[in-house]
Design a protein around this ligand. Structure first.
Ligand SMILES: *Cc1c(COP(=O)(O)O)cnc(C)c1O
Length: 388
């Protein structure tokens, strides 16, 4: 084996945490209010303002956000929910949590988002909702999806785990749907360790999400420990333990303040990759048209083993051997044993998804990458291709 291109392992998706976050967490630890409290409330308000959305509820993950949205949307056994075959398992698992049936759609070969041309064919009298996932941070074709939702009376629940900064024709991801669900997991564009947010269009939906996120107790039960006088909570329905803690919100508040700065840095890295790989036999991410604001969450290259003359797993191994952390987003949904067993899905029925699932590789794209880190990634990728 040759010398690795760098000595120190470049961790994939390493978060950037600064002094402001550290001080804010220390403040929570010192004042003792570490559970759901004023900082969570502030983070909700800041995020709501950032998204220009009517209602926002902080929860402990995007998975929780999706689950609560499905519940509040009234999805239940017998209902069908249409989503993409190329997503993270949580998108499908949360459909299953409420007993509904996921129905998969193949993706567009350029954007890797669910192909709107194929959605309509999957709509049946049982279809109740569509869950678009803005893959890698590139928005789904929401004009088409909204038109279908309107035509068939369907609910839209957006999985915005990749799409914090995403915009489409000037509209912000997460505000198209009846619900928009965000993730602040460690590798995402805003990080709270674990964390999520639900935007809801209707006040009554937002209210019910708040109640269900905290045991089903009367809203703002946490205030009972405040100075406003004793209040007895009541349980309104069987809820969940999905609330965000102030320690998490302490991170989120400052991460959100730097969202634009981090986005600009990722855009710079993105453009450097696009330029560096232009002449290589790789399918690169779509160049955004003017009506799209990409969130630059995942930078993926398509590794075609026929074209390059080397299997993808050799490339993945070689990147690791060069001390560069890479990832695969994703092994497609119809290839996981658990779903195959349950639904008998065959990946061949989703040919574009199948191809991307075999070829895709995600390169590091964190705002914390140095120019040298970026040069190392480019150097490793190009050397490996040239050696093939
Ligand atoms: C990360 C992710 C989720 C789940 O987010 P958590 O906050 O980890 O629950 C859901 N959907 C997609 C597409 C994701 O990438």
């Amino acid at each position: 084996m040759n010398q690795p291109i760098r000595e120190k392992f470049l961790v994939f998706g390493k978060p950037v945490l600064e002094e402001d976050e550290i001080q804010e967490v220390l403040d929570s630890l010192r004042n003792g209010w570490i559970g759901t409290g004023p900082k969570t409330h502030r983070f909700e308000n800041d995020f709501k303002a950032y998204k220009n959305a009517p209602h926002a509820t902080a929860v402990h993950s995007c998975t929780a956000a999706l689950h609560l949205s499905m519940l509040v949307a009234g999805l239940a056994p017998g209902d069908e929910v249409i989503t993409t075959a190329m997503t993270f398992c949580a998108t499908v698992n949360t459909i299953l949590y409420v007993g509904a049936t996921p129905v998969l759609v193949d993706i567009d070969p350029i954007t890797f988002n669910m192909d709107p041309d194929q959605i309509e064919a999957k709509i049946t009298p049982r279809t109740r909702a569509i869950v678009p996932v803005h893959y890698a941070g590139y928005p789904c074709d929401m004009n088409r999806i909204e038109a279908l939702a309107q035509k068939y009376g369907l609910i839209i629940i957006e999985d915005c785990a990749h799409a914090i900064e995403t915009e489409y024709h000037g509209r912000k991801a997460g505000t198209f749907g009846d619900f928009g669900c965000f993730s602040f997991y460690v590798t995402k564009n805003i990080v709270t360790g674990e964390g999520g947010m639900v935007l809801a269009k209707k006040a009554e939906d937002a209210e019910r999400i708040k109640v269900l996120a905290l045991h089903g107790m009367t809203h703002d039960a946490w205030k009972r420990f405040g100075t406003e006088g004793f209040k007895q909570y009541q349980v309104m329905e069987v809820g969940y333990k999905y609330n965000m803690m102030d320690i998490q919100a302490a991170l989120g508040i400052h991460q959100l303040k730097r969202v634009e700065q981090s986005w600009l840095r990722r855009q710079e890295i993105w453009n450097t990759y696009q330029e560096a790989f232009r002449t290589y036999p790789l399918q690169l991410p779509i160049v955004s048209p003017p009506w799209v604001r990409h969130a630059y969450h995942l930078y993926t290259i398509q590794w075609d083993e026929q074209r390059i003359g080397m299997p993808r797993h050799h490339f993945l191994d070689a990147m690791k051997a060069n001390n560069i952390g890479i990832s695969v987003h994703y092994l497609s949904i119809p290839e996981h044993p658990c779903y195959i067993e349950r639904f008998g899905w065959r990946v061949e029925d989703f040919p574009v998804t199948e191809r991307v699932s075999r070829q895709t590789v995600t390169l590091p794209l964190s705002a914390g990458l140095t120019d040298q880190d970026v040069a190392d990634v480019i150097g490793a990728v190009t050397q490996i291709i040239e050696s093939a």
